[in-house]
Design a protein around this ligand. Structure first.
Ligand SMILES: [Mg+2]
Length: 379
């Protein structure tokens, strides 16, 4: 913990869980799978004086990036984490974090509950969330992440659309057989655009030649080329390349980060609030990575507006030197759950909505429209 956060003195009156399924505008396809709708568990905390705070536990369905699932998050929240928070009793995100961190696993569930408490805590104090986290609201540069398409033509069409909307960086998802050709095509069409690739752990060190060829395209970084636990192999690959490697799936915890630092497995880390188990843990990892001289930035899954808004507050902290993956609501959804929707300006920056907490309001009507299950727990 860096900043000392004022205590609220308020009690948690209730915690409600809302499991939602929101349609995506287009399926999101990466090396490990494809999804057509976004599932999440929204966490609604109510304080003893009637303030609401919202969080989002947002694993992808179908073991997309990790073994975490919406079913698992739902179970962990209702059976373990919500009772723990009610046991702490106070609207105090840091205290609840200390209780949650004693239980191994389920980082997405923890991130959702802690997020709701941070939001309620900040709203109670009348402060923007980023100020509780030790920062100050500023426009956050946004980059677009492009999934895997059937043809290079489709990829170029999408890249053109988002570059013209202002996104400040293009990230291309790659997998064996969809790597050198699409990257060369995007680089040729958009010679000046900052470009990265993300392999989502789809390669091995035997594919090093692919990365040596990608090295020629002046990429900002190559994200997660090898398996999650292949720290030593990633270090070997990094030694052979000019382009910095970025650890994403590998940087799953403070312990994994220590290994990455010790071995030199990456020069950059992508800190995802959901994957690392919430804002407190994410903030600790940011501090450690910066102290070790690693570049840092804030990634996303993608997530619905509640988690995206919290990611923006985190990304507003100092020291994140690359554009975030957090995109405009309209990138993925016809109907995001927050108001106002997240938008980017013509220069590719997202402006955090003014006001306390996340700054964005949750639309209860939309939550109800997409809820498939809900449950409430009283103190
Ligand atoms: Mg990634």
């Amino acid at each position: 913990m860096t900043a000392k956060v004022e205590r609220t003195g308020l009690r948690i009156e209730s915690v409600a869980l809302h499991r939602v399924r929101v349609p995506l505008l287009e399926p999101f396809r990466i090396s490990s799978g494809s999804v057509a709708e976004k599932e999440a568990v929204l966490v609604e905390v109510r304080t003893s004086d009637g303030v609401e705070g919202w969080g989002e536990a947002s694993p992808m369905s179908g073991s997309f990036y990790s073994a975490d699932t919406p079913d698992g998050a739902w179970r962990a929240l209702r059976e373990t984490f919500v009772p723990l928070a009610l046991g702490v009793g106070e609207i105090d995100a840091a205290q609840v974090y200390l209780a949650l961190r004693g239980v191994p696993g389920e980082p997405f569930a923890k991130a959702g509950l802690e997020g709701a408490l941070w939001d309620a805590h900040a709203r109670t104090l009348g402060a923007p969330l980023c100020e509780l986290l030790g920062g100050r609201a500023r426009p956050v540069p946004s980059g677009v992440a492009l999934g895997i398409y059937d043809t290079v033509g489709e990829l170029l069409e999408r890249a053109g659309r988002y570059v013209s909307e202002g996104y400040r960086r293009v990230k291309i998802k790659i997998q064996p057989g969809w790597d050198l050709e699409p990257v060369a095509a995007v680089r040729a069409r958009f010679p000046a655009v900052p470009l990265t690739v993300d392999a989502n752990a789809a390669y091995t060190l035997a594919d090093a030649e692919v990365f040596r060829e990608l090295d020629a395209h002046g990429l900002l970084m190559i994200e997660q080329p090898l398996a999650r636990e292949a720290h030593a192999e990633a270090a070997e690959l990094q030694r052979r390349l000019r382009t910095p490697l970025c650890a994403d799936e590998s940087a799953e915890s403070p312990g994994a980060l220590e290994e990455i630092i010790a071995l030199g497995s990456a020069r950059i880390i992508n800190i995802k609030v959901q994957r690392v188990g919430g804002l407190s843990e994410a903030r600790l990892m940011r501090g450690r990575a910066r102290a070790a001289g690693l570049g840092c930035w804030v990634g996303t899954m993608p997530e619905l507006g509640v988690a995206s808004a919290q990611g923006l507050h985190f990304a507003a902290l100092e020291g994140f030197e690359y554009p975030t993956d957090i995109e405009a609501s309209a990138r993925w959804y016809a109907d995001d759950l927050i108001e106002p929707a997240i938008t980017i300006d013509g220069e590719g920056y997202i402006h955090i909505a003014a006001g306390a907490g996340n700054g964005f309001a949750v639309s209860r009507e939309k939550v109800e429209r997409y809820t498939v299950a809900s449950e409430e727990f009283k103190a």
